[in-house]
Ligand binder design. Structure first.
Ligand code: MN
Length: 298
């Protein structure tokens, strides 16, 4: 079966046909999906009734899993419902009950409703994320994506020159502070030390420039905090205008795969008394963004 793509938004995102994510892929299929990722940055695979094991196996055909043994992130809870390699993005606790609205884990999850790029707070940020929708609420809970290549392209020339060599500092502390969640433990503060990321990334395959924005970014080197925060807010407003956004309305067993290097995303509201069970696998990046050639070719 050949792999085909149907574009979903003006500049990016596509629905994929011809792939069964439960089965091992051929080299041609892997190449087709990777080419689709390079072109569309967000791919939607419908009706993929996969298990956690199948999701892991599918993911690992595209690279190495992100490893969570270093700092900068929330440590996987020892009492997680799910096995190694699968991140629980549900609103369920270890017993499968809906989390309390007082649960600190819930506060961390609420921060995912801010526009961000996964793991931008780690020295080597994530490449692809894959989210499988298992149980979805009856209302809301869309995941929205913004095309950071189109957003970059639409900047005026003066702003392009201004952002070209800027380096931002990213930390989970900044994004949680933005929603008023500042009650972090000493251990969390120590592991959330800011990391440096270039504001403009060059895609290693396509050479396209994109804005590497994220709510985890809270400072720009060489600028005061107020100056930096206003500039980042201004760029984020620009980059998340409707014309650059695809809003994914979930059906059970959609599998959505996105490139964190060229997109931002955010979760949308839903009724917290309903179950949302979504599970993520994440592929490690291989680029330290500040080491990227400043003058890489277009
Ligand atoms: Mn995310």
């Amino acid at each position: 079966m050949s792999v085909t793509f149907r574009q979903l938004a003006p500049t990016f995102a596509a629905e994929v046909s011809g792939i069964d994510c439960r089965q091992p892929l051929s080299q041609d299929q892997i190449a087709a999906v990777e080419a689709g990722m390079d072109q569309y940055a967000v791919l939607v695979f419908r009706d993929q009734t996969i298990t956690d094991e199948q999701q892991l196996a599918f993911t690992m055909q595209f690279g190495e899993l992100e490893n969570y043994n270093s700092g900068g992130h929330i440590r996987k809870r020892a009492d997680s419902r799910l096995g190694a390699g699968i991140a629980d993005f549900s609103n369920l606790d270890k017993n499968g009950n809906i989390m309390s609205d007082q649960d600190r884990v819930w506060f961390f999850k609420l921060g995912d409703r801010l526009w961000h790029s996964d793991s931008s707070f780690r020295p080597v940020p994530a490449r692809y994320s894959l989210l499988s929708g298992r149980v979805l609420p009856s209302w809301g809970a869309n995941t929205e994506f913004a095309d950071m290549r189109a957003a970059y392209n639409a900047l005026d020339e003066r702003t392009k020159a201004e952002v070209e060599d800027l380096v931002c500092l990213h930390s989970l502390m900044y994004s949680r502070e933005a929603i008023g969640f500042t009650d972090l433990t000493e251990e969390e503060r120590a592991s959330f030390q800011p990391v440096r990321q270039r504001l403009v990334r060059v895609h290693p395959v396509t050479g396209h420039r994109s804005l590497f924005l994220s709510s985890h970014a809270g400072a720009i080197e060489g600028q005061t905090i107020p100056e930096a925060r206003m500039f980042l807010r201004d760029l984020t407003e620009h980059a998340t205008q409707r014309e650059f956004v695809y809003s994914h309305s979930w059906r059970p067993f959609d599998l959505v795969m996105w490139d964190n290097r060229t997109t931002m995303h955010r979760a949308r509201r839903f009724d917290r008394n309903e179950v949302r069970d979504v599970r993520r696998t994440t592929l490690a990046g291989d680029v330290i963004t500040i080491e990227q050639e400043a003058a890489a070719a277009d």
